[in-house]
Design a protein around this ligand. Structure first.
Ligand code: PRX
Length: 567
């Protein structure tokens, strides 16, 4: 019997107090996510249960019990505190998916720091934008990523410490750099955990928008109340589950449901620090007898491409519940998974800003393939009119997904950008920036984003950030970046580029520009296609009309451009 029970009944009886009570939290109490995810599990008798089973890309395996996890997170917290780092300091995690990343996250929270995870494939430019904005005090990284940090350290006056977790003495460390070995450091059995309260900042996740620089969605320790109960009700995590979340903690799925939700529930988590390969993924599920699996449509479509044979070669009978997030999960993928795994993927919808799942398909509710499901109990959602922001209240009418503020894990602001935070609210609703409709049974159907942000393989990339980086290439005069349809990644980045006089289009130049962006920003931001043009469509005031270029890529009507032209 699933944890949640029947959706209709739970919707009527639910209150967040249920979660608070299960966690033994009363309003006003100390609440520290680091403590709840580690030490609390010892008090509940889970001391010897594996907390983390980790496999690296070359096959090495590391296992840690909840007891070891508690001690190691203390050890990291103590080390950070001894360096002089203070509660409230932003501490960046810039690592591959190694155990130090997971325990570092909890260690930061235990000493009262604000964890700022960044995707390790980010180049120096992506890094500097986010570290500058957060005025980050320390960065925890690996030797292999150190050159990218060294490139920018001079421009970061707030950065006091660069902690290298795998220094082996071969690279002489420079000023500010310090080695730390989690497994060799003197172990701290006890640590005075920072007495954070509900509204104490916990995590800062950067996310891209249409304009301006990426924004830091700031979360608080109270988010745990949402993350714990959604992991229990939506992911249906039960006491002895072996859980695998395929997301990287550089993105919110990898922290809310790759660290906080499952460990607050005391579950064993498996982490595979290797790129996507169907054969490797199936082997991983079989080897560790994964029961609950949380992944993304791009990965599922890639598995579909590999065919059923690869599934049949493995015994995947341990799987009990499957969920997906990040992009629209097409009906075909749901049918396929039902057919080959005997289980449908359950689509879940949420955002960096929402901190936890807000619309979803639940274990006890019939899945309508292609739909995102219904609002989580305790979350008031609707679809509002595109112009008036009033609820449309009519089945099938497309509008904007809107949420009534108040669920525990909602972001509290954008870091040092309260104005943009405020601009997300209309008529008392938080506007997600996505278009959808609701059918007569209350199921939500995703239509598309309401802005120019590109969703590639479940990762948002901001066109503005790429366009700004392109301008730094010596041959580029101006550019416009849009999403182009892609059968696996849903969208990939396409750049329209007008060259400076004296340059002419060539394949060589195209590759050079692509690599330029890959290194500066990340492989995700790298244009998969470049179209050289003489000029770009613009409004009368000179603003580039991305919408026109995007519509062309998607074979859509360009629509009303009059407002843009008069802009
Ligand atoms: O456009 C929606 C899409 O991803 C956006 C949020 O991205 P991010 O903040 O990076 O968080 C991703 C993981 C929580 C949304 O505004 N998105 C997320 N889930 C879905 C989705 N689009 C369609 N269907 C989904 N299930």
């Amino acid at each position: 019997m699933p944890n949640m029970g029947r959706y209709e009944e739970v919707v009527n009886s639910f209150s967040w107090e249920i979660s608070e009570k299960e966690l033994g939290y009363r309003p006003g109490d100390i609440i520290n996510i680091g403590e709840y995810c580690s030490d609390r599990n010892l008090r509940l008798g889970r001391k010897d249960r594996p907390a983390l089973i980790w496999e690296g890309h070359s096959g090495e395996v590391k296992k840690y019990t909840f007891y070891e996890m508690s001690v190691l997170t203390n050890t990291i917290a103590g080390f950070l505190k001894n360096l002089g780092l203070q509660p409230g300091d932003r501490i960046c995690l810039f690592m591959d998916r190694i155990p130090e990343l997971y325990f570092g996250f909890l260690g930061i929270l235990k000493m009262g720091g604000i964890a700022q995870p960044l995707f390790s494939a980010f180049g120096s430019e992506s890094l500097i934008t986010r570290l500058e904005d957060a005025q980050t005090a320390a960065i925890i990284t690996q030797r292999k990523h150190l050159p990218k940090v060294r490139n920018i350290v001079e421009s970061l006056p707030y950065l006091k410490h660069i902690i290298v977790v795998d220094d082996d003495g071969t690279k002489s460390l420079r000023e500010k750099e310090i080695a730390f070995h989690m497994d060799k450091a003197p172990r701290l059995e006890k640590f005075d955990i920072y007495p954070s309260r509900a509204e104490t900042p916990s995590v800062l996740h950067y996310t891209s928008g249409t304009t301006g620089k990426p924004k830091g969605a700031q979360h608080v320790h109270y988010s745990l109340i949402s993350q714990y109960i959604t992991a229990r009700y939506v992911l249906d995590l039960r006491e002895n589950d072996i859980y695998w979340c395929t997301a990287d903690p550089g993105w919110v799925t990898g922290t809310s449901y790759g660290i906080i939700g499952p460990w607050a529930n005391g579950n064993t988590q498996c982490v595979l620090d290797a790129g996507f390969k169907a054969e490797t993924w199936y082997r991983f599920i079989e080897k560790y007898k994964i029961t609950v699996w949380y992944s993304a449509p791009t990965a599922i479509r890639s598995l579909m491409k590999e065919g059923e044979e690869a599934v049949r070669r493995r015994n995947l009978s341990s799987l009990r519940h499957l969920c997906s997030v990040g992009e629209p999960l097409n009906a075909e993928a749901v049918h396929w998974s039902k057919n080959v795994f005997g289980l449908p993927f359950h689509d879940t919808f949420w955002q960096t800003e929402t901190g936890s799942i807000v619309i979803s398909n639940y274990p006890e509710m019939p899945v309508k393939a292609g739909s995102m499901g219904k609002p989580f109990p305790g979350v008031t959602a609707t679809v509002v009119d595109l112009k008036t922001y009033q609820p449309v209240n009519k089945p099938g009418v497309v509008g904007l997904i809107a949420l009534k503020p108040g669920w525990p894990s909602m972001f509290r602001t954008y870091w040092r950008n309260e104005a943009t935070y405020q601009s997300k609210f209309k008529n008392g609703w938080y506007i997600c920036g996505d278009r959808a409709s609701i059918d007569e049974d209350g199921y939500y159907w995703f239509v598309g984003r309401d802005d120019d942000v590109i969703n590639t393989g479940g990762h948002l990339v901001g066109p503005f950030e790429i366009e700004s980086a392109l301008l730094e290439h010596p041959a580029v005069a101006e550019s416009a970046v849009v999403g182009k349809p892609d059968p696996v990644n849903m969208e990939v980045v396409k750049a329209f580029i007008a060259l400076k006089p004296g340059n002419s289009p060539s394949q060589e130049l195209e590759l050079d520009i692509m690599n330029f962006i890959r290194k500066k920003l990340s492989p995700l931001a790298m244009p998969q296609e470049i179209e050289f043009v003489d000029s770009l469509p613009k409004t009368r005031s000179g603003k580039i009309m991305r919408r026109v270029l995007r519509a062309k890529e998607w074979g859509e009507e360009i629509g009303d451009t009059s407002t843009l032209e008069n802009d």
